[in-house]
Design a protein around this ligand. Sequence first.
Ligand SMILES: [Zn+2]
Length: 423
Amino acid sequence: MQRLMTVVALVAASLVLEVGLCVAADRLTVASDFEGASIREVEIDEAARSISFMPGGDPVRGWPCWWYFRVDGITPGETITLRLRGSTATVPKPGAPPPKPLASSWAMPAQATFSLDGETWLHTEKGKRQDEWMIYTLKSAAASVFVAWGPPYTPSAAVKFVREMSEKSPHAKATELCRSRGDRAVPMLHVQEGDRTPEQRFGVWVQARQHAWESGSSWVAQGFAEWLLSDAADAAWLRQHAEIFIVPIMDVDNTATGNGGKDAQPQDHNRDWSAQPHWNEIIAAQRKVGDLIAAGRMDVFLDLHNPGPGDPTFFFTLPDDQLKEPMIGLRDRFIHLAYSRISKIKPLIPMSNKPNVAGASYTPLWRQMSANWVAMNGNPHTVSLCLETIWNSPNSTTEGYRAVGSNLAAAVREYLSERPERP
Ligand SMILES: [Zn+2]
């Protein structure tokens, strides 16, 4: 009898356990109350353990293609489903019909990005298109998982990064480009080594993220800085012969608030390089770059972006008829050196050796794009380029982006080592 009771109790206990497991699956919830988060139109199907959503972001503050949020309530080990569709938001313009929503492909990487700790970012398996939906599945080892369009890079991450670099290296100084209109710090890293005076140094300017949704470009900037402050002899050469400014995030406000930034009102950051810029970051960058130009040492200016969904990595340049020698030859030499390195990265980062041209046929505001502005207002020898790094490839990861940055930095070193030393 005693034994029978034990068996009954065990069976009962296991029943309770099974029922308990069923009941204990927490409700899936979505959190977006943190820096850089963006999501709207959330619908959660508890039975299917699936979350339907579209990118958030105020379309007045740029293309609504960036999404980033946290899912809580996962039973560790279970597979959840993310159902993404393009934003239906439009930007009404007075007197004009509402423009169409942004093509959903901008919001739909072949693989979504996720992280269990907010530090290490991995790709999901490839998503599947179903009508207007992109369906990603994700097996999470933890109860909470961050998911995003691509690896996030927030203003806090930029603050932390420039501080860590300055603590690691006596040649790096964490500083601020300016305060944004939203009163946020715009972190900047200033790097130089040794006794050369400013006049004896090449000027190098690297900026990313004039478009807030293009998070990969910040990782490229980080990779540039990491290489620059590494023990490599070539990196030391560059620190000793140049003065380098690196701004990982230009549009900190839209990055912090999860807005897209591109085509924001009243002015896209990368159409704001005019005689009277609207944004504090552009005012400050123009002034500092202007100082380098005035000193005749605006040697290399690099503006980092991510391109369209189907594009490889490539440079944007001005049309040749807008440039004089030696600028054209120097630019082509730099592109050759950068392409030679970046196209050899393993695993592969697809890159085109043919630059695209950003002139009058690209946008009526072509003169107000940063790299164009610097080329047209720079020194005769200035190399000023926009680099678009592929975001929709299996290697568009933090490692892949950082590899592009480190190879870009090595190309800057190689290029400058061919230039006459400053007296
Ligand atoms: Zn861009």
